[in-house]
Unconditional design. Structure first.
Length: 311
């Protein structure tokens, strides 16, 4: 079975129970085992795709609870480091748009180079990484080495540029150059409009697409919120509309999109058809308040896609 190697942050999300625009207005929070890589791993498993997580958790109750939770989902935890730092947390607003968040970082950037990298890369078809390990050492150096190995093995590399200045408090003046330096030779990146503006400044969506291509990204999927996504393979530019009929909660929509996207790519679909499957998975997550619900299986996603396409 082909696998997806995911490198990045495992977090405890503390999500406000009420819809608020500012964290200072939140009165109560709900704990979730999260972080984009953790969410993606669980989603992929639901779709019958084998994920491998390379990450770090703290040797504390939250870290131990996270590993127990992943094991309950039958996800391999053998490449997750347990370190003497607090498990990283994020406080986040429940939102129907772009949520406000406050990271409290600890273990997430203490990722270790695996003792047996050949075992890590066995049967891996895609390597997926986020901006979190890029933002601090030692994770950044470990990631660089792993990307070199992946390229030598002709493994497809994808980037989730979930960029935020809050992750770069120690070196914000260098952050954008470091970030763009990791884009060379990337098969696919899926930025949001917010990510793009934080990295490149204020431009049109088409200009953002052009900029990501100019730094070495082959395929770009720019998410536009309710307007859907703008997809480019460097030759063709298409808008793929959103499939969400109502917005209950946008939390986890991006990770759901990635899982549907990988499902399509592993089935041999091109980036445009895979994007439609990603949209179907994202719509499922947006329309359901219960984030513990598993992403529907591939056939169910295809049925959902066909049903919504007929509306």
């Amino acid at each position: 079975m082909k696998k997806v190697l995911i490198i990045g942050e495992l977090l405890i999300d503390m999500i406000s129970r009420e819809y608020v625009s500012d964290l200072s207005d939140a009165e109560k929070f709900e704990k979730h085992f999260a972080g984009s890589p953790g969410n993606l791993a669980v989603n992929l498993k639901s779709l019958g795709i084998e994920p491998i997580l390379l990450a770090a958790l703290g040797n504390d109750p939250f870290g131990k609870g996270y590993i127990k939770w992943l094991n309950s989902k039958h996800i391999d935890t053998s490449f997750i480091s347990v370190v003497n730092k607090n498990t990283s947390m994020v406080f986040i607003t429940r939102s129907k748009g772009t949520p406000q968040f406050l990271p409290v970082r600890g273990a997430d950037y203490q990722i270790s180079f695996p003792q047996n990298p050949d075992e890590l890369f066995e049967n891996v078809s895609f390597l997926h990484f986020t901006s979190w390990p890029i933002s601090r050492e030692p994770a950044r150096t470990v990631l660089k080495k792993l990307l070199e190995i992946a390229r030598g093995k002709s493994i497809n590399i994808c980037l989730d540029p979930n960029y935020s200045p809050a992750l770069w408090v120690m070196q914000e003046n260098k952050s954008k150059n470091i970030m763009t330096g990791f884009m060379e030779g990337i098969l696919l990146a899926k930025p949001s409009l917010d990510d793009s503006e934080r990295i490149f400044g204020k431009h049109s969506p088409e200009k953002y697409i052009e900029l990501f291509h100019s730094f070495g990204v082959e395929n770009v999927i720019l998410t536009l919120g309710a307007e859907g996504v703008l997809v480019s393979d460097g030759k063709v530019l298409k808008t793929v509309p959103s499939l969400a009929e109502s917005v209950v909660d946008t939390t986890g929509a991006g990770d759901a999109f990635w899982s549907g996207l990988y499902c399509g790519l592993l089935k041999g679909f091109d980036v445009f058809e895979s994007t439609k499957l990603g949209n179907a998975a994202a719509a499922f997550r947006i329309e359901n308040a219960d984030k513990s619900l598993p992403i529907p299986k591939y056939k169910e996603l295809m049925s959902l896609l066909e049903k919504k396409a007929d509306l």
